[in-house]
Design a protein around this ligand. Structure first.
Ligand code: GLP
Length: 242
């Protein structure tokens, strides 16, 4: 595992964007796994800026988001569809046919999970997955206790995750209770993984990933210890317990 320390959020965002820019620029075709949340916003902004200054070849770029809330329409400002259009797809000019996000309105969410997995497989799997991390160590929406063998599946969100994400919704009651998430088995099959962690609320999860000795389903992020090409981008606050 490689660790890249940044002094602050701005530097972390720039470093991660440069890394992903080079990854994409050096391959004619690339399939990315993409995160949402507050952390990647700066990273997406910097990636768009790099593209503006040195046009990336977007024809071969295909994306799969990690997760989506169940029950939110794509035009809801809290949906990850809306988030991705706003922070990456529209500013980059990435054709939406090249992007994939689980359908939060699927009538049969289980079938949607299978369809999503098949679609990832049809594209030859993921080359690079970019992750954030939840305060309780969740990746995507794989909450503590989720088997590392699971592929894309429906999850019930931990109450602490709903509370942490309530800041994006009018009130806690508006936060969906379920989501579709790429599973940890799907994530671990990627050729390469990077994780972005910023701020003191992530320090404990980062500690378990880097200093902890155990790979434990109680801290889903520790699954990354089982992958041999992981790069972690940390700012000072996220690295405070190391
Ligand atoms: C959500 C997302 C995760 C993300 C996490 C942390 O729960 N499903 O993929 O990593 O939030 O987000 P933030 O960066 O806002 O702390």
């Amino acid at each position: 595992m490689e660790i890249i320390y940044a002094r602050d959020y701005e530097q972390l965002s720039k470093q991660a964007a440069r890394y992903v820019y080079q990854f994409v620029a050096s391959r004619p075709k690339v399939t990315l796994g993409l995160p949402t949340g507050e952390t990647p916003i700066g990273f997406y902004r910097e990636l768009v800026a790099l593209h503006r200054d040195n046009q990336l070849q977007l024809d071969g770029m295909v994306t799969f988001n990690l997760d989506e809330y169940l029950g939110l329409p794509p035009q809801s400002p809290q949906s990850y569809h809306f988030y991705m259009n706003r922070h990456l797809f529209e500013p980059l000019g990435l054709p939406l046919e090249q992007t994939h996000i689980p359908n939060g309105l699927a009538k049969d969410p289980e079938a949607e999970c299978q369809r999503y997995e098949e679609e990832i497989r049809r594209h030859g799997g993921l080359d690079l997955v970019i992750l954030g991390v939840g305060r309780n160590g969740h990746i995507g929406f794989n909450e503590p206790g989720t088997s590392f063998d699971r592929r894309t599946h429906v999850v019930t969100l931990a109450e602490s995750t709903r509370q942490a994400n309530a800041r994006f919704f009018p009130s806690l009651e508006d936060v969906p209770t379920q989501a579709i998430t790429m599973g940890i088995a799907t994530i671990l099959e990627a050729d390469e993984i990077i994780l972005l962690a910023s701020g003191s609320t992530k320090a404990e999860a980062v500690y378990h990933l880097i200093e902890g000795h155990k790979v434990t389903e109680q801290w889903p992020v520790t699954a990354l210890k089982r992958h041999d090409r992981v790069t972690v981008f940390l700012d000072r606050e996220a690295a405070a317990l190391l």
